[in-house]
Design a protein around this ligand. Structure first.
Ligand code: NDP
Length: 332
C-alpha cells in the first residue's frame, strides 16, 4: 500500500517534499472494519488548508499522517455489517492505494446511476456545496442576476447551472478563453468574464446591467472586491472559498469595498458544506434527477497515476483543471 504522508507544513505553494511517499503492507480488516481499494481520489483546494497548523473547521492533518482526501473505491473485504466485498463506496480514504475504515462517513455509491468520478464532483461534496450554498444562503429568485467565480471548476459549474435552472441570469468569472467558452457554450451561462484579460469591474457592468443579486465567491481577493462594487440592494454573497489566498505567505487579502454591504443592506455569509450533512441525500436525489434528465452537465478532469499526486494537486492553484479534478489511482 503506497501512501503520501504529510512531511512538512508548506510555505506558499506546496512542493513534493512536503509529503513523504511511503509503503506499508495491507492488513486484513478487523471486526467492524472494511478494506477499500481506492479507485479515484478527490483533489480539493481545501486540502491546502488542512496542511496548515491552527484552528479551522476541522483539525489539520498531523505531520506523518496520511494526507486527508476524499475518494471512491471498491470494498475488497469486509467485517462490517453494512458493507460487503464488491460494493462501491465513497469516503475520506486518504491519499493511499488501500484504506481500512470503520465505516464512519462511508456511503455506498451506484456506478449505474453515474460514473464513479461524478460522486467526487457533482454528486459529491463540491456539488452539495454548490447546491446548499446557492439555494440556502443565496436564495436566488427567477429574474435575478447570479455571479459565480471559479466558474469553470467543480463547484462553480454546478452553481451556474442550478442558477440557470432557477431562472436567473448567470455570469461566470473564470481564467482564460477556453473556460469562458466552455461555461457559456456547453453549460449555458449567459456570459463569462475572463479575469485574466478583462477588467472585471467593467465587464460586470456590461454583463450585469441590472446589478448583482447573488455572488457565489470561490476565489476571494481582488475579484470579490470588484463584485462588491456592483451589488444590488439586499444582495447575498456566499463566501464559499478564497482560493486566490490559500497560498499567501502573509495575511489573506480582505475586501476593501466592504462598505457596499452597508449601503446596500447586503449580507456576506460563510458556508461549510459539512453543516448540511444530514441533507446530502436530498441534494443527491435532486441533482441525480437533473443529471438523468439532461438538465445538469457534470464535468470531470481526470489525471492518471497515484505517484503524480503532488503535481496534480497543484493544477488547482494554476487553473489547469476544468471541472472536478480527480486522480485515478487504479482501474476497477
Ligand atoms: P475548482 O475545480 O474550482 O478548482 C480551482 C480553480 O480555482 C482553478 O481551476 C482556477 O480556475 C481557480 N483559481 C486558482 N487560483 C486562482 C486565483 N488566484 N484567482 C482566481 N481563481 C483561481 O475547485 P473546487 O470547485 O473544488 O473549489 C472551488 C472553491 O470552493 C475553493 O475555494 C474551495 O476551497 C471552495 N470549497 C468550499 C467548500 C465549503 O464547504 N465552503 C466545499 C468545497 C469547495 P481559473 O482557471 O478560473 O483561475
Amino acid at each position: 500500500n503506497h501512501q503520501f504522508r504529510l512531511a512538512a507544513r508548506p510555505v506558499g505553494l506546496p512542493k513534493r517534499e512536503d509529503w513523504s511517499y511511503t509503503e506499508e503492507p495491507v492488513r486484513e480488516p478487523a471486526d467492524g472494519e472494511l478494506l477499500v481499494k481506492v479507485l479515484y481520489l478527490s483533489l480539493d483546494p481545501a486540502m491546502r488548508g488542512w496542511m496548515n497548523e491552527g484552528k479551522s473547521y476541522i483539525p489539520p492533518v498531523g505531520l506523518g499522517e496520511v494526507m486527508r482526501a476524499g475518494g471512491v473505491g471498491k470494498v475488497v473485504s469486509s467485517k462490517h455489517p453494512g458493507f460487503k466485498a464488491g460494493d462501491f463506496v465513497m469516503g475520506t480514504f486518504g491519499v493511499q492505494e488501500y484504506a481500512l475504515s470503520n465505516g464512519k462517513g462511508v456511503v455506498q455509491v451506484d456506478p449505474r446511476i453515474a460514473p464513479l468520478p461524478v460522486y467526487l464532483g457533482t454528486l459529491g461534496m463540491p456539488g452539495f456545496t454548490a447546491y446548499f450554498g446557492l439555494l440556502d444562503i443565496g436564495q436566488p429568485k427567477a429574474g435575478e442576476t447570479v455571479v459565480v467565480s471559479g466558474a469553470a471548476g467543480a463547484v462553480g459549474t454546478v452553481v451556474g447551472q442550478i442558477a440557470k435552472l432557477k431562472g436567473c441570469r448567470v455570469v461566470g468569472i473564470a481564467g482564460g478563453p477556453d473556460k469562458c467558452r466552455f461555461i457559456v457554450e456547453e453549460l449555458g451561462f449567459d456570459a463569462a468574464i475572463d479575469y485574466k484579460s478583462d477588467d472585471v469591474k467593467k465587464a460586470l457592468r456590461t454583463h450585469c446591467p441590472k446589478g448583482v443579486d447573488v455572488y457565489f465567491d470561490n476565489v476571494g481577493g481582488d475579484i470579490l472586491d470588484a463584485v462588491l462594487t456592483q451589488i444590488n440592494l439586499r444582495a447575498r454573497i456566499i463566501i464559499c472559498g478564497a482560493i486566490s489566498q490559500y497560498n499567501a505567505t502573509g495575511p489573506a487579502k480582505g475586501p476593501s469595498n466592504y462598505m457596499s454591504l452597508l449601503v446596500n443592506r447586503a449580507s456576506m455569509t460563510g458556508m461549510i458544506v459539512f453543516d448540511y450533512a444530514d441533507r446530502y441525500p436530498e441534494a443527491a436525489r435532486e441533482m441525480a434527477g437533473w443529471l438523468t434528465a439532461g438538465k445538469l452537465k457534470s464535468r470531470e478532469d481526470i489525471a492518471q497515476g497515484f505517484q503524480t499526486f503532488p503535481e496534480t494537486f497543484l493544477k488547482l492553484f494554476k487553473g489547469e483543471n476544468t471541472g472536478k479534478l480527480v486522480l485515478e489511482v487504479a482501474k476497477d
